[in-house]
Design a protein around this ligand. Structure first.
Ligand code: SAH
Length: 344
């Protein structure tokens, strides 16, 4: 059987072209967009302002990818972790977090991850494939349909390296951004990367004013390469240069993520080096208490060290905050998400 195209993979312009190709007027694309992303329907049948004939045609040509919930876990703090069946035998995790300013969703960009960061649970398992743009968007739709909440912020911090699935991630943002689509502004979207330098340059040219988060985690190449093999390909100097270029081109503040591991990267010498590295940049540092993973060699820093580290940065002109840990009791906190097979 020919695998049908997922209607959610198209941005609005592409869907207009697609409609023309099947002999329909381009405005049909706007109607379909509205049904999918504003009314959040799950079938062509529900698109009642389209003729029965057109609905049948759409049914024959496209599928509406509706993820199935395999498992749903709720944390004491209100965080919800979903394990979704992506309909081809694979599964991914998505997390909904509730903050006083609204709901945030942490989405996956790939099924597995190739980056090999030593402290992260998404690594060390087989990489299956990239998610399509429609599958990236579907995580949001499925969670909104299940909970009835309206999501206001999106972070690409689930499973995978978003810049390693560049085209689909950028296209999913175009669907999410579109006022006729999900209508969530780029300023409410963060892309987190382990530091794929050429893609950072590329992203700065896209005219998508999202927040770029850089997983830095160490201030010299020796330490960073030990934690993140990607540093062997794109060392710190090249990464920082790409960040400076990104800031100059977009005028957007970069967020540096720094996961503190006991006796590894959490002493005042590290904080001093970090100040030197980031001095004068339009940036913010997000300190993450590292979550120890199974067989992982990195332990969480003490609260005292974390606070000292933050205070040192703040006292020396670098704005730093400690990330609130959400969902740790259901393995939904930073770095705990894993690709899970349906068989598990
Ligand atoms: N691949 C992307 C996005 C996924 S990870 C990236 O590397 O940025 C999202 C964030 O969680 C990254 O900053 C990542 O380094 C961090 N992280 C991964 N494992 C962690 C752990 N065990 N404890 C704390 N943070 C972790």
């Amino acid at each position: 059987m020919i695998k049908m195209k997922n209607i959610k993979d198209y941005n609005l312009e592409e869907l207009k072209k697609e409609m023309q190709e099947i002999g329909e007027k381009p405005f049909r694309a706007e109607q379909i967009f509205k049904w999918l992303y504003q009314e959040k329907v799950k079938s062509f049948d529900e698109m009642t302002n389209l003729s029965l004939e057109l609905r049948k045609k759409l049914e024959e040509k496209y599928n509406i990818c509706n993820f199935k919930i395999i498992k749903k876990q709720e944390s004491k703090d209100g965080t919800i972790k979903y394990l979704f069946d992506v309909l081809d035998g694979n599964a991914i995790e998505t997390v909904l977090m509730s903050y006083h300013h609204g709901y945030s969703i942490c989405i996956s960009s790939q099924i597995g991850c190739k980056m090999g960061c030593k402290f992260c649970a998404s690594t060390g398992i087989n990489f299956a494939r990239n998610l399509t743009s429609g599958e990236i968007v579907e995580q949001l739709l499925a969670v909104e349909q299940d909970t009835g909440v309206r999501i206001s912020n999106i972070v690409f911090m689930g499973i995978g390296e978003p810049l390693d699935n560049y085209e689909n991630v950028v296209n999913s943002i175009r669907i999410i951004n579109n006022p006729k689509g999900l209508n969530i502004g780029a300023r409410h979207i963060s892309i987190s990367t382990s530091g794929l330098v050429p893609k950072i340059y590329k992203l700065s040219e896209e005219n998508i004013p999202c927040t770029l988060s850089i997983s830095l985690h160490a201030t010299n190449n020796k330490k960073r390469s030990e934690m993140m093999p990607v540093n062997n390909t794109y060392p710190i100097e090249e990464l920082i240069q790409a960040c400076k270029d990104y800031i100059a081109k977009t005028n957007r503040r970069i967020s540096f993520e720094y996961a503190l591991a006991k006796d590894n990267n959490d002493n005042l010498e590290d904080a001093k080096e970090l100040v030197k590295l980031l001095k004068g940049m339009l940036c913010h540092v997000n300190l993450i208490p590292i979550n120890k993973i199974e067989k992982g060699k990195f332990d969480k820093s003490s609260n005292e060290n974390i606070m000292k580290f933050r205070d040192y940065l703040n006292d020396h002109g670098i704005v730093a905050t400690i990330r609130r840990e959400l969902g740790s009791d259901i393995d939904a906190a930073c770095g705990q998400l894993r690709r899970k097979n349906l068989k598990e």
